[in-house]
Design a protein around this ligand. Structure first.
Ligand SMILES: Cc1cc2nc3c(=O)[nH]c(=O)nc-3n(C[C@H](O)[C@H](O)[C@H](O)COP(=O)(O)OP(=O)(O)OC[C@H]3O[C@@H](n4cnc5c(N)ncnc54)[C@H](O)[C@@H]3O)c2cc1C
Ligand SMILES: NC(=O)c1ccc[n+]([C@@H]2O[C@H](COP(=O)([O-])OP(=O)(O)OC[C@H]3O[C@@H](n4cnc5c(N)ncnc54)[C@H](OP(=O)(O)O)[C@@H]3O)[C@@H](O)[C@H]2O)c1
Length: 240
């Protein structure tokens, strides 16, 4: 593994704590859904963290979507980067939250909390989901409606887009959390589609507690973890 130096060309701030970095000058081969470590040199030390690609592989400008964790060593500094500044990018993208690992199914469910939407934005901008699945559903669950980012991009695809807002009432969004909405059937009702082992592949990304609770709610429907050696229906990526 080596480090490649990229140049920030934009740092868009969606809210006080949510930002999207666009980085030019780094050519990388990856599959949509993967991540790469990005780094800054802080006090003489290279501080690196994994970030999922938001851009599709065909786009030469890399894009990353982040949240400021106020006490975190790297994210507050990433949020302060300006156009023209440098960012280190590792040369070895990785990760298994990719469609090439998934069995075929009728419906692909992409379930995310917070910044966990990032890898799904990359996947949705490739041809593969539309070629392989009859239905593709994206669920983005956030605390506040202002965190429902990338809406124009999402609405420009054929995805069935469902939003959930947990800490305020928001017209057009489901209340509460993903696992409860799986359990009580409200997610399926909103999508007009069933979650069932015969028809569904589910990818989940974001908060580790959500991944655990959602996997339990899906297990109650007969879905199980997907593994290469024992194919199933649930593929997860935890952000911490
Ligand atoms: C495979 C992988 C992919 C990732 N992709 C992204 C991404 O695309 N965007 C992104 O913002 N982060 C992503 N992360 C998390 C990221 O690597 C950092 O942990 C995050 O940016 C915070 O860095 P930090 O150094 O400030 O704090 P850290 O010391 O890394 O984290 C401190 C604490 O902050 C919380 N936290 C960390 N990341 C998040 C988050 N994304 N949302 C909410 N709370 C969080 C956790 O409680 C964590 O223990 C990913 C992590 C992994 C393992
Ligand atoms: N989001 C912000 O406005 C904001 C602002 C400044 C800093 N931050 C920092 O960013 C980090 C987290 O922020 P975040 O809002 O992006 O991520 P988050 O805490 O993971 O919340 C995103 C969504 O996931 C839900 N969730 C949490 N636990 C769950 C579980 N077990 N099962 C299902 N859903 C679950 C939340 O619901 P609940 O609301 O019910 O928990 C919320 O709807 C924190 O370190 C925070 O300090 C966030």
């Amino acid at each position: 593994m080596s480090w490649l130096e990229g140049k920030v060309i934009e740092n868009r701030h969606w809210t006080g704590s949510l930002f999207s970095l666009r980085v030019a000058g780094v050519g990388l081969k990856f599959e949509a859904g993967q991540f790469v470590r990005i780094a800054l040199d802080i006090g003489g030390e290279r501080v690196a963290r994994p970030f999922s690609f938001v851009n599709p592989p065909a786009d030469p400008v890399l894009e990353f979507y982040g949240v400021v964790v106020p006490e975190g060593p790297l994210s507050p500094r990433l949020a302060r980067l300006r156009a023209g500044e440098r960012l280190q990018v590792a040369s070895n993208p990785a990760g298994f939250l990719v469609l090439s690992e998934l069995p075929d199914a009728e419906t692909l469910w992409l379930l995310s909390t917070g910044t966990g939407i990032a890898p799904f934005l990359s996947i949705l901008r490739t041809e593969t989901p539309w070629q392989r699945f009859r239905n593709v559903v994206l669920v983005h669950a956030v605390r506040h409606a202002g965190e429902l980012v990338y809406q124009d991009l999402i609405k420009g695809t054929n995805v069935k887009y469902l939003t959930m807002v947990s800490r305020e009432a928001h017209q057009g969004s489901l209340p509460g959390r993903i696992p409860a909405a799986i359990g009580d059937g409200s997610l399926e009702a909103a999508a007009g589609l069933r979650i069932a082992p015969e028809t569904s592949q589910v990818m989940l990304c974001g908060n580790p507690a959500m991944l655990k609770d959602a996997a339990a709610a899906l297990a109650a429907r007969g879905l199980r973890k997907h593994r290469r050696r024992s194919p199933g229906h649930i593929t997860v990526e935890s952000f911490w």
